[in-house]
Design a protein around this ligand. Structure first.
Ligand code: HEC
Ligand code: HEC
Length: 601
């Protein structure tokens, strides 16, 4: 039949055939323009009319009308909002309020909070089912994925999904989850709500906070860095990557890492934060929170190369989110430290408009300090590979133990820092301004912020010598302690018994871990040096605070004690670190329950 038709109608038949094939593909894959399929700080409604973003510093969600190109609502939601998603095709949305352990539901039209779900701890990523009837969230700590019914706001299912899970995406009845500190990707079956597959990368993969699925091919993209802890030299310690995962691969599952600092010759970028793929699947946008730029890449139909550099774009300060409009014509960048969303024309890559999403809530010095902390640009570095935030993102540790010249050093959380000086495990610094030494060290290779020579870390003050350095210190000192989720309903019976033990003469814990911050700020030899032959400063270390130890494993300066139990038993054979050898198993357990509940007030 076909042969007897005229060329024109043949053309039409062929186009109809292609069209129906495409339509079928869409049916199978779900519309690529659907909102909320991968976690982000920003989301666009399926009809392309509203954009929502969460403003971590302000504690608000902003809603922008994309037709009028203006902000229509800014809604107060609580401390440290992270993931935000529209529900299916609606204008209803949900936001994960990381610091307050709640998920709020909002009406994008009116800007009102319509409901709230309490969760155990640290909700981070959020995605919605295509019909908007189910919502999924990652709880970074304790490492769970939960399902919520948006109509009842009830948590309907909970599953253990790994350690510190952040990234979350949904496709083809599967949820894809990333572990923040390992970059491991897991697939959960939506029906059984169980982990059914896993893709691990290299042991050095780190800070994988997001995952995006290709709209039509079986690929997932994970922006992350690699932390090479044996190299404390700027040209070899932190590397930027996008890992590409074959989501349908079976045995010997394929996972490829595309190194972002060799994609465009030797142009260096740092701290890949998020990626987005255009609805037609042809283009990938990758933003770099450390170097304030973005790569536009061609997505290749080539399992070995995957991505090819197309263009470079300079962004605002600390870009943390990128999203593409459902028609693919516009992409949006969230510049966290300019508090601004920029809209770009996807063809010309020209900036078309901007919206201030919130007022900067930070004092001037803290804002300047935060910009310095997050940037990998000069004068903090010479070659743009690394920033303070590459190892201390949002005050969290990077979960790593670094081989420093002075010995093994586990990265500390920065929470409550200003209450717990001196600084470092060895108390070898007495003010944050001494980090001028880190800036000028081979690790960062920066010119530094002080003019002229730097004082010794324990010598004359470096504070007051540079406005920028004082600002860096003001920001670094601004991280507050977070309450322990294990003490939400007060101390359990076990924790009460542990508390009594902790403060007893039997254990002597409180003789060093004293006062409101559980530290006497003194140096002690607690017998922990033996394990590390590379140690140059020990055997004495600064008593660390215990507030927040529930989530900061591994323990001790060398990071060798995997759990609190191990630290109190195996790593304290001679009772030099408190007296523990006479404690029964259940007493150790009680003590651990108490430590996990800190801070409880
Ligand atoms: C390569 C990873 C890395 C980078 C980059 C880095 N740090 Fe650290 N940071 C660490 C490690 C590891 C420790 C623990 C070192 C020690 O105690 O000797 C630490 C400790 C600290 C502490 C001490 C916390 C406490 O409780 O005593 C502060 C403050 C700090 N860093 C701030 C900074 C600042 C500011 C910058 C940027 C100028 C920076 N760090 C860059 C890894 C890093
Ligand atoms: C003599 C003073 C002293 C006593 C007594 C003491 N500690 Fe410590 N504690 C320290 C020092 C110093 C360190 C850091 C040692 C290191 O990193 O090598 C430490 C580290 C810790 C850590 C690890 C914190 C982290 O972030 O890695 C915990 C938890 C802890 N102590 C709990 C206890 C408990 C529980 C007791 C009682 C059984 C106790 N300590 C008794 C001084 C003391």
């Amino acid at each position: 039949m076909l042969l007897s038709e005229s060329p024109k109608s043949l053309q039409r038949t062929v186009s109809i055939a292609i069209f129906s094939m495409l339509a079928l593909l869409f049916l199978i894959q779900g519309s690529p323009s659907q909102a909320g399929t991968s976690n982000s700080l920003m989301d666009i409604s399926a009809d392309g009319t509203l954009l929502a973003c969460s403003n971590r510093d302000s504690g608000t969600v902003t809603i922008i009308d994309l037709k009028d190109r203006q902000k229509v609502h800014e809604v107060e939601v609580g401390h440290d909002p992270e993931g935000v998603t529209f529900l299916g095709e609606t204008h209803q949305l949900a936001v994960a309020v990381y610091g307050d352990d709640v998920i709020h539901f909002l009406d994008g039209q009116s800007g009102e909070i319509t409901g709230t779900t309490q969760v155990f701890d640290e909700p981070y990523g959020l995605v919605s089912s295509p019909d908007g009837k189910r919502l999924w969230a990652t709880l970074e700590f304790p490492g769970q994925v939960i399902e919520i019914d948006p109509s009842s706001r009830k948590v309907t299912r909970t599953t253990e999904a790994g350690q510190f899970v952040r990234g979350l995406a949904v496709a083809n009845n599967q949820l894809f989850v990333t572990e923040y500190y390992t970059g491991v990707v897991k697939a959960l079956d939506v029906d059984s709500f169980q982990v059914v597959d896993e893709w691990s990368g290299s042991a050095q993969d780190n800070l994988a906070r997001q995952i995006t699925i290709h709209p039509s091919r079986a690929k997932a993209y994970v922006p992350h860095q690699r932390s090479l802890t044996t190299v404390t030299h700027g040209s070899g310690s932190i590397f930027p990557y996008v890992s590409v995962i074959d989501t349908d691969a079976g045995e010997g599952k394929r996972r490829k890492r595309v190194q972002m600092d060799s994609l465009r010759g030797t142009y260096v970028v740092a701290n890949p934060w998020e990626v987005a793929v255009s609805p037609d699947g042809q283009t990938l946008y990758a933003i770099f929170g450390g170097t304030d730029d973005m790569f536009v890449c061609d997505v290749l139909d080539d399992n070995y190369r995957e991505l090819e550099y197309q263009s470079l774009l300079r962004t605002g300060s600390n870009p943390r989110a990128v999203r593409v409009s459902p028609d693919g014509e516009t992409f949006f960048i969230y510049n966290a430290l300019d508090f601004r969303v920029d809209a770009y024309d996807a063809d010309s890559l020209k900036l078309s408009w901007s919206v201030q999403v919130t007022e900067c809530p930070l004092p001037n010095d803290v804002l300047l300090g935060k910009k310095l902390f997050y940037t990998a640009n000069p004068p903090m570095t010479s070659r743009r590979w690394i920033s303070c935030s590459s190892c201390h993102p949002d005050g969290d540790p990077d979960g790593r133990t670094w081989q420093q010249p002075e010995g093994l050093r586990n990265t500390q959380p920065l929470f409550g820092l200003k209450e717990t000086h001196p600084i470092h495990w060895s108390a070898d610094r007495d003010e944050v301004q001494d980090f001028e030494h880190t800036i000028r060290s081979p690790l960062m290779g920066g010119r530094g912020l002080i003019r002229g020579p730097v004082s010794d870390s324990l010598g004359d003050k470096n504070g007051g010598r540079s406005e920028m350095l004082d600002a860096l210190a003001a920001y670094t000192n601004s991280h507050a302690f977070r309450p322990s989720p294990f003490a939400k309903t007060g101390l359990s019976d076990a924790a009460q018994r542990g508390k009594a033990l902790f403060f007893s003469e039997k254990t002597k814990c409180a003789s060093c871990h004293s006062g409101p911050f559980y530290t006497d700020r003194q140096m002690h030899d607690v017998g922990t040096i033996a394990e590390d032959p590379s140690e140059k400063i020990g055997p004495e270390f600064d008593t660390p605070t215990l507030l927040g130890v529930y989530r900061s494993a591994p323990y001790l300066h060398h990071g060798m004690a995997p759990t609190l139990e191990a630290m109190l038993t195996q790593f304290n054979p001679d009772n030099k670190h408190g007296v523990t050898s006479h404690l029964s198993e259940s007493e150790i357990n009680d003590l651990v329950e108490f430590l996990k509940a800190l801070p409880f007030e």
